[in-house]
Design a protein around this ligand. Structure first.
Ligand code: HMG
Ligand code: MG
Length: 296
């Protein structure tokens, strides 16, 4: 009973680039994004209104979002009130708030406890929703945490419920350190679908241990039809030592299309987008699909 079609939420320009030490110019980022739009990506985390001291790569967020790519759902990450104010000064109408189930991760990532973050974010969600925004909540360390180890499923479910009650449109539930197994993916996403039938749920897998595609297959079986992916498999959270990128968009699209599950994404154009960004990265792109296109 797999879905007939799936939505891909491209997070390359945000999650993918935030970990890159060398600053990539705004022009190159724009070109990358434009090529992703040409590849028929319809939803994208474009950038983050976070502190440039914490994430220097995102210092050009305001300039980047000016173009706003209004033909697609352009999402900007917002960690706090200041981020929300910066967002409200733009034409962008979609936001992502983010919080970790793990308190220690949240402290490293946002300099607050999980509870303090929720207290700050709740009124931001209410304000953005009253102004007609699409709001997603990224739930980090939903399975495991680098600092705290295994996360109690009950804690993840409770946090998801709290954000659903706060009025978000979507939860993006993340395996931040890429340690979940397909059994854990199936179990958590099945429970979430049952517990929260009226909210959009996306799965956000990092491919640190190369289990992301298997985890996506398990999440599909649990009824999930929205996946965060990153062109070229770029990225990782700067506050997770050894973090690697998200599952590569091209590998996910290839797998799903071969399974007759429509994504709408054009693989040849996606490869062109990766070609744009690849020369500016400190790492090599090692996704299976992209590498194969270079060997032909
Ligand atoms: P802080 O140092 O506690 O903040 O950081 P503060 O309120 O004390 O402010 C310190 C300075 O930052 C001040 O400037 C503020 O104005 C400025 P100064 O007076 O020193 O010149 N500032 C800001 N500037 C621009 N935009 C803002 C902003 N806020 C404060 N919004 C803070 C707290 C939340 C700002 C910081 O910890 C931060 O920016 N964290 C972001 C970290 C981040 O982006 N992590 C990666 C994204 S999450 C992720 O990757 C996980 C995900 O992919 C899912 C998964 O895989 O798990 C979503
Ligand atoms: Mg991530």
């Amino acid at each position: 009973n797999l879905p007939k079609s799936v939505s891909i939420i491209e997070v390359g320009p945000r999650d993918g680039l935030q970990n890159e030490a060398n600053f990539i110019t705004t022009e190159i980022k724009k070109e990358f994004i434009q090529h992703l739009v040409c590849a028929e990506i319809k939803e994208m985390e474009v950038t983050s209104f976070v502190s440039p001291k914490w994430i220097p790569q995102m210092q050009d967020a305001a300039e980047l979002i000016q173009s706003c790519y209004s033909s697609i759902r352009s999402i900007v990450l917002v960690p706090n009130k200041k981020g929300a104010e910066r967002l409200l000064a733009t034409n962008c109408k979609s936001a992502a708030v983010f919080v970790g189930v793990s308190n220690r991760f949240n402290q490293k990532n946002i300099n607050k406890s999980t509870r303090e973050s929720i207290v700050e974010i709740r009124p931001i969600i209410a304000d953005l929703k009253s102004k007609g925004f699409f709001v997603r909540a990224c739930i980090s360390t939903a399975f495991y945490c680098h600092y705290e180890g295994a996360i109690a499923t009950a804690d993840t479910l409770a946090l998801c419920q709290e954000f659903a009650d706060a009025g978000v449109d979507e939860l993006s539930v993340a395996d931040t350190i890429g340690m979940a197994t397909p059994a854990e993916s199936f179990s958590l996403f099945s429970t979430l679908k049952q517990q929260l039938p009226n909210i959009m749920i996306a799965a956000h897998f990092h491919d640190t241990r190369k289990m992301a595609l298997a985890n996506i297959y398990a999440a599909l079986q649990a009824g999930i039809d929205r996946f965060d992916t990153s062109a070229g498999g770029l990225g990782g959270c700067p506050f997770v030592p050894g973090a690697t990128g998200n599952v590569a968009t091209e590998d996910v699209v290839y797998m799903l299309e071969r399974m007759n599950i429509k994504t709408g994404v054009k693989l040849d154009k996606l490869v062109k987008a990766i070609d744009i960004i690849a020369p500016h990265l400190s790492r090599k792109i090692d996704s299976g699909y992209y590498q194969l296109t270079k060997k032909r």
